[in-house]
Write a protein that binds this ligand. Structure first.
Ligand code: S3P
Length: 172
C-alpha cells in the first residue's frame, strides 16, 4: 500500500486536509514544511540566508525521506516540491492527490503570506499577484503528477477528505 501524497498550490489546504484524511484512515500524517522547519528553522530565514535553490535541494531530500515511511502515511508536500524532477519521479510510485483551489480561496488562506517568502520576497505587490503567476507556471506539473484532482468546489475539509478516500478505494 502506498502513501497518499497531497500536492497543490500554496493555500490549497494540503496540511489541513492531510490531517483530516490521516485521522479518518488511522494513518500517520507528515508534512514536509513542518519537517523542514523542525530541522532547519523558519522557512523565511532559510530563504534569506541560503536562497531558493538550497531550499529546493533540502526540500527534495526531505520529501524522499518522508515518502520512504515505515508505514503507509498521508504526506503533505510544500507547494513547490513538484518543481524537482527527482521528486516528480518518486511520485510515480505513490497515490498522488492534487488539491485545486480558486484564486479567492487562496487569497483568503494566504493572508499576508508572512511565512511564505515565495510570495513576499523582493516585492511590495499583494501576495495574491505572485501566487497567480506561480500557480500558472506550476499547474501543468501538478496535473502531470496527480492520480486524482480534487476540485476547488469541494470547499470543506471533511468533504475533500471523503472524496479522496472514496477515489482511493475505487482505485485499488
Ligand atoms: C512554497 C510553498 C510553501 C513552502 C515554501 C515554498 C512554494 O508550502 O514550502 O514557503 O514554493 O510554493 P505551502 O504550499 O504549504 O504553503
Amino acid at each position: 500500500m502506498s502513501n497518499i501524497v497531497l500536492i497543490g498550490p500554496m493555500g490549497s489546504g494540503k496540511s489541513t486536509v492531510g490531517a483530516a484524511l490521516a485521522r479518518r484512515l488511522g494513518r500517520p500524517h507528515v508534512d514536509t514544511d513542518h519537517f523542514f522547519v523542525a530541522r532547519n528553522g523558519p522557512i523565511p530565514d532559510y530563504f534569506s540566508t541560503y536562497g531558493e535553490e538550497a531550499f529546493r535541494a533540502e526540500e527534495a531530500r526531505i520529501v524522499a525521506e518522508l515518502l520512504d515511511a515505515p508505514r503507509p502515511s498521508v504526506v503533505s508536500l510544500g507547494g513547490g516540491s513538484v518543481v524537482s524532477a527527482a521528486t516528480r519521479a518518486l511520485l510515480k510510485t505513490q497515490f498522488v492527490v492534487m488539491l485545486d483551489v480558486t484564486e479567492a480561496q487562496a487569497k483568503a488562506r494566504i493572508g499576508d503570506a508572512a511565512t511564505r517568502p515565495m510570495l513576499t520576497a523582493g516585492t511590495s505587490a499583494p501576495p495574491i499577484e505572485r501566487w497567480k503567476r506561480i500557480y500558472a507556471e506550476r499547474e501543468p506539473l501538478y496535473r502531470e503528477c496527480a492520480d486524482l484532482i480534487v476540485s476547488a468546489a469541494e470547499a470543506t475539509i471533511e468533504d475533500r477528505a471523503q472524496t479522496i478516500i472514496e477515489a482511493m478505494r475505487r482505485d485499488r
